[in-house]
Design a protein around this ligand. Structure first.
Ligand SMILES: O=P(O)(O)O[C@@H]1[C@@H](OP(=O)(O)O)[C@H](OP(=O)(O)O)[C@H](O)[C@H](OP(=O)(O)O)[C@H]1OP(=O)(O)O
Ligand SMILES: Nc1ncnc2c1ncn2[C@@H]1O[C@H](COP(=O)(O)OP(=O)(O)OP(=O)(O)O)[C@@H](O)[C@H]1O
Length: 436
């Protein structure tokens, strides 16, 4: 039986942070073997969704999909040492409502305006708490896309753009032109490069944006004693972090540059020694073998053969237009994922991705879908004062299949907006010619 969070007081849980779909708390109550050193990850719902609860439904709510997805899919691809423990935990309406009431004020205003804890849920996720109890500090990085696409499936128009500038740098340009605050100057290919000077450059860029945006951009977060650090241009805003860093001259107040250098020096060895970023970029690249452009062409080919067959059969389907990418594909079940992985792990490396077979369209769509989870996850670096440093990958949720057409359209929009730039950024993919 899963542990029951309602046996604890909602005030025993402290807000950590939230993303687009989840909000996370850590346990801060009296000693409790079920909850010590754990984090509670709850699903959110949009404010305009009226929470109707059907009390008559007796059957057990299924566990959050992320738990089974991690246990049965992600763990076959990523070493367990890089993953947090994830288990189901029971929650209840009144308990969640109380938790919501206690924490509403602490949440960022722009999130509060949009959504809140989904109080209809009866189950949530209990994970290893990665930010509390270290007596050191924790760094969270959302590294995003770590590769340049192979030119094979790119059109003549997009090839020069997409093989020169990475998806993140192009997307940042688009978002920035639309008024969004982004990590300008940070290139994921530097972070993923495995080269000390380039990783340092990436960390400096992340730090500068973190300070400049008062921590509002999601590519870098820092926690001290379970609390998020809210930076500003005043070095005093970083006092909690400064206490944890080995500063060259602890007697004089550190400058922002001094803090940045000490911060970078502290986490650089971890990123150099633990190959988690290499694992992530390899998975992203291998699973996205065709680029969304090649996938889209394969999708059209698969439809053309369905249409041709309809003509042969004398049916009316021969002239049907090609529907948007992914239309009509069912959400993969765990059985589908298992079958997919059996092929991926044994045959993918030897398949001819330069000449993909339209009969494999479902395989390539699933591969792309899975690549998007690895492109959107975060890594958490824990640097306890006296313990072993660790790196853990979080937020490896399964993405819904109906996003495929969004990704196809977004890709076109990003490249179109970037193509007009007279001085594009040149991003270097350190691992481009190597396979794993
Ligand atoms: O499309 P992207 O690359 O901007 O990624 C989205 C993220 O935006 P980002 O650029 O990291 O700020 C976005 O992050 P934020 O909500 O902006 O923190 C989500 O992670 C989104 O995934 P989901 O809706 O939670 O499943 C992400 O959407 P998917 O692309 O994974 O569908
Ligand atoms: N196990 C954990 N321990 C400590 N903090 C965590 C843990 N899991 C998540 N967090 C914190 O909560 C935040 C939100 O969690 P998560 O990234 O899973 O949410 P999300 O809504 O899926 O995010 P996104 O919008 O990026 O997809 C994380 O960015 C991180 O700061």
């Amino acid at each position: 039986m899963s542990p029951d969070a309602t046996t604890t007081s909602p005030s025993d849980w402290r807000y950590i942070a939230e993303g687009g779909s989840s909000i996370v708390f850590f346990y801060n109550g009296p000693p409790n073997p079920d909850f010590d050193a754990t984090a509670l990850r709850l699903r959110k719902t949009a404010n305009d969704v009226f929470p109707v609860i059907d009390e008559s439904v007796e059957e057990e709510e299924p566990d959050d999909p992320t738990i089974l997805f991690q246990h049965q899919v992600i763990q076959r691809l990523m070493p367990a040492e890089y993953l947090p423990r994830l288990d189901a935990v029971r929650v209840g309406k009144e308990w969640l409502e109380e938790l919501k009431k206690l924490n509403e004020e602490i949440r960022p205003l722009e999130r509060r305006e949009k959504d809140g804890i989904d109080v209809r849920k009866r189950k949530a996720v209990l994970a290893t708490d990665l930010v509390g109890g270290t007596n050191g500090f924790t760094v969270e990085i959302k590294p995003k896309w770590g590769f340049l696409p192979s030119p094979t499936h790119l059109s003549i128009a997009t090839r020069p753009v997409k093989t020169n500038t990475c998806r993140f740098c192009m997307h940042s340009h688009l978002k920035s032109s639309e008024g969004e605050e982004v990590s300008l100057g940070y290139c994921p290919l530097d972070l993923y490069s495995g080269q000390e000077d380039r990783i340092k450059k990436a960390l400096h860029a992340l730090w500068d944006v973190w300070i400049g945006s008062s921590g509002s951009v999601n590519n870098l977060r820092v926690f001290v004693d379970g609390q998020i650090v809210s930076p500003s241009l005043l070095p005093s805003s970083l006092a909690p972090l400064a206490k944890k860093l080995p500063l060259p001259d602890p007697s004089s107040p550190p400058s922002l540059t001094g803090l940045r250098d000490a911060f970078t020096d502290a986490i650089l060895p971890l990123l150099m020694d633990i190959p988690v970023l290499r694992v992530l970029s390899t998975l992203q690249r291998n699973l996205d073998a065709l680029d969304v452009e090649g996938l889209s062409v394969l999708w059209s080919q698969a439809y053309a053969s369905v249409n041709a067959q309809a003509v042969v059969d004398g049916g009316a389907g021969g002239s049907l237009p090609v529907p948007p990418l992914g239309t009509g594909l069912a959400e993969p079940t765990l059985e589908d994922w298992k079958a997919f992985l059996d092929i991926y792990l044994t045959k993918h490396a030897n398949m001819d991705h330069d000449h993909p077979d339209a009969a494999n369209i479902k395989y390539y769509c699933m591969a792309y879908l899975l690549s998007t989870s690895f492109k959107d996850c975060s890594i958490i670096l824990r640097l306890p004062r006296d313990g072993a440093n660790t790196v853990t990958v979080i937020d490896l949720d399964v993405k819904p299949v109906d996003r495929m057409s969004k990704w196809e359209k977004l890709d076109k929009k990003i490249v179109q907006s970037y193509s007009s730039l007279s001085e594009p950024t040149h991003c270097v993919d350190q691992w481009a010619s190597q396979t794993s």
